[in-house]
Ligand binder design. Structure first.
Ligand code: FES
Length: 271
């Protein structure tokens, strides 16, 4: 035990960034930094546009649910009078995008990834850290990361809305008669794929695993809960994969709807 502790001490150098590792340990963090930054810049830009977020029956996932807005998808009608338009131009995304954003920001996988990639704490395994003392997530502000389980319930609600949007994306209005008919466009498949990937990400959540499995580190005796725990655990093993795939799909879904709405892309009908 003493030997193991000694070798661990030797394996983690004290100077920030110093390491005995010879592999490209920084490469993964660099990729995470670039990919996450690209998504943050694009999603922020898209959220502030406030237009080109619908096309035919499609609604961008960045704008769903659209509470108030100018499209036929809006629940409560046109933009509200109480919005401070003099300060910030109204966009339906401003009202809802914080919820999935907070869910991803507090995700256990993303935390591990962006702690390394954005503030190098730690830069990598067995790489010298910026601080001598391990503070964990027990104090402000990182203790707020524990709100993840609450954001999970919000994310479930929003996922249900996206499932409904994907269903609506299969019903096209005939321009001449105004009658809705079932059909499949490339955009329908984009929205359905997005929902499948988002479900695979959300249903593999660590917090959900604890919730369905039991309480206080003890597995429940219930067969149904044990089976549910097995399903969530199965997705949880690929949580990193689905975290990235769903991030790409949600961004691409917005881009697809946006470019179709702007007339740059054509939404080909399959059926
Ligand atoms: Fe990643 Fe909950 S831990 S979504």
């Amino acid at each position: 035990m003493g030997t193991a502790r000694q070798s661990l001490t030797h394996a983690t150098p004290s100077a920030f960034g110093a390491t005995a590792r010879r592999d490209a340990w920084w490469l993964q963090s660099l990729v995470v930094f670039l990919a996450f930054s690209t998504f943050l810049v694009y999603s922020t830009w898209a959220a502030f546009q406030g237009e080109h977020y619908t096309f035919g029956p499609y609604l961008s996932p960045f704008y769903s649910p659209e509470l108030w807005g100018n499209s036929p998808h809006a629940w409560f009608g046109p933009p509200p009078n109480w919005w401070p338009s003099g300060l910030v131009r109204y966009s339906p995304a401003h009202l809802i995008l914080w919820a999935p954003g907070a869910f991803r920001f507090t995700c256990y996988y993303y935390r591990g990834a962006y702690y390394k990639a954005f503030w190098g704490d730690p830069p990598g395994c067995t790489v010298g850290e910026p601080r001598k003392k391990y503070l964990g997530e027990h104090t402000f502000p990182l203790i707020l990361q524990n709100a993840h389980r609450f954001f999970m319930f919000l994310a479930m609600f929003m996922l249900a809305m996206l499932v409904y949007d994907a269903w609506k994306g299969l019903w096209f209005t005939d321009a001449a008669s105004g009658v809705k008919a079932f059909g499949i466009g490339v955009g329908s498949l984009v929205l359905i794929t997005n929902v499948v990937l988002l479900s695979s990400y959300l249903l593999g959540c660590h917090s959900l695993r604890h919730l369905v499995g039991g309480s206080k580190d003890t597995l429940s005796d219930s067969v149904a809960r044990f089976q549910a725990w097995k399903c969530v655990s199965c997705l949880n093993r690929r949580h990193m994969l689905f975290a990235w795939l769903s991030l790409c799909s949600v961004g691409f879904s917005d881009l697809y709807v946006r470019l179709c709405s702007m007339g740059i892309w054509t939404d080909w009908r399959i059926l």
